[in-house]
Every structure is written in structure tokens, then in C-alpha cells.
Design a protein around this ligand. Structure first.
Ligand SMILES: [Mg+2]
Ligand SMILES: [Zn+2]
Length: 212
């Protein structure tokens, strides 16, 4: 398969991956204001490293509090702008829905990843999804990416069958780097090392035509 003009990405969940989640009764919650936004240690350095390796960095985040009316969309947007200022990422994709909306973008659905792949010409099979909850890992799996679970010890179901389990984004970045070998031409384009561990269809891009 030709990979001309397509890039691999690292898809990043937001809360608990890039910024500190507010944990209440063992469950993570998003910051409620820009002042509450605390970037986790090592995150800017990890993002810089991944960009050096040639990955697009795409944040994919469920924000059901918008649908639940607990948080204003403007607040979510302000937090995401602040996040982009502090951490270099290429784009932020937000699902503002709740389960009842039955949308195609709320993780574990893969819609945010598929839309980003279309918008940014991403190679999903060479991409990674990093998240701290089972929904992130399932979304990454459905999109055809390798998956890395940052296990924060939340009191909820574990992620099912991630490709790697790590403690933070620094460890995730090290694992991603270990999975890749730089191309011999020094062009800076990562290529998959170790062969295809997963089989998946990449035809779903056509399903996204006409959306948005
Ligand atoms: Mg999270
Ligand atoms: Zn959605």
C-alpha cells in the first residue's frame, strides 16, 4: 500500500494524559476552568519528541459535560486553546455528546479519529492512540491503531487488551519510539518496525464523506 503524503499520528486523550484529571471517588473529571488546567510532568517534552519522530499529534476528547449542561462549550474551548498553547499539538477534536445522543464520535466510537485521519491525511494503521480509560483504547482499536493505556488506577473497568500499559505519556512515548525505526533515507518519516501485528480495513474513510 502506498503511503505517499500520509502521516502517522499519535492520538492523545486529554484528561489524565495531557493534563491532570480531577479524581473524585476514584473517577476522573475534567478541569472546570482554565485555572484548573495542570499539564502533567513530561508532557511538553513528550509531544516535542513525537513531533520530531514525524507524528501528527491529534487530541481526541469526549466532553459529555457539554451535553449534560454541567460545563459550557465556551469553557471547554478555552481549556483546549490553553492546552494547545502549552502543549504543541496539531488539532483538537471534541465530542460534545452523551451516550443518549448515539453519535459516531463519542469514544469508544472511532469517529473523532476517522475524521482527523481524513482531515489530516493520516495513516491509521501506523498510528497510536494513548488514553487513560477503556473508551480511549476501544476507540483506538476500532480505528485500526495501536493502543497504549495509561493506567491511572481509576475505580472503573480496565481497558481491554491494549498493546501496551504504561504509567504516563513519557513511558508511552518511549514505547512508541521503540516500535519504530527511522527510515534509512533520513527523511524523518517513521515506518512500522516489527511487522503488522494487527489487521484492519482502511476503507472506512469513504464513510466519512459528507459529514461536517
Ligand atoms: Mg482521559
Ligand atoms: Zn459525539
Amino acid at each position: 500500500m502506498a503511503h505517499d503524503n500520509v502521516r502517522p499520528a499519535v492520538f492523545l486523550d486529554r484528561n489524565g494524559v495531557l493534563n491532570r484529571a480531577i479524581v473524585v471517588d476514584g473517577k476522573p473529571h475534567p478541569p472546570t476552568s482554565v485555572d484548573d488546567l495542570a499539564i502533567l510532568p513530561g508532557v511538553p517534552e513528550s509531544c516535542s519528541r513525537l513531533r520530531e519522530l514525524g507524528f501528527a499529534l491529534i487530541v481526541v476528547t469526549n466532553q459529555p459535560d457539554i451535553a449534560r449542561s454541567g460545563q459550557q462549550a465556551a469553557t471547554v474551548e478555552a481549556i483546549n486553546v490553553a492546552l494547545r498553547t502549552k502543549v504543541g499539538v496539531d488539532a483538537v477534536y471534541v465530542c460534545p455528546h452523551d451516550d443518549a445522543d448515539r453519535c459516531e464520535c463519542r469514544k469508544p466510537a472511532p469517529g473523532l479519529l476517522l475524521q482527523a485521519a481524513q482531515d489530516h491525511r493520516l495513516d491509521l494503521t501506523a498510528s497510536f492512540m494513548v488514553g487513560d480509560r477503556w473508551r480511549d483504547i476501544e476507540a483506538g482499536r476500532r480505528a485500526g491503531c495501536r493502543t497504549i493505556w495509561i493506567d491511572q488506577g481509576y475505580r472503573e473497568q480496565a481497558a481491554a487488551d491494549p498493546d501496551a500499559v504504561v504509567a504516563n505519556l513519557t513511558e508511552a512515548t518511549n514505547w512508541i519510539e521503540s516500535m519504530y525505526a527511522m527510515t534509512a533515507d533520513g527523511a524523518g518519516t517513521p515506518s512500522v518496525a516489527g511487522g503488522a501485528r494487527w489487521a484492519c480495513s482502511r476503507k472506512r474513510g469513504t464513510d466519512m464523506q459528507g459529514r461536517n
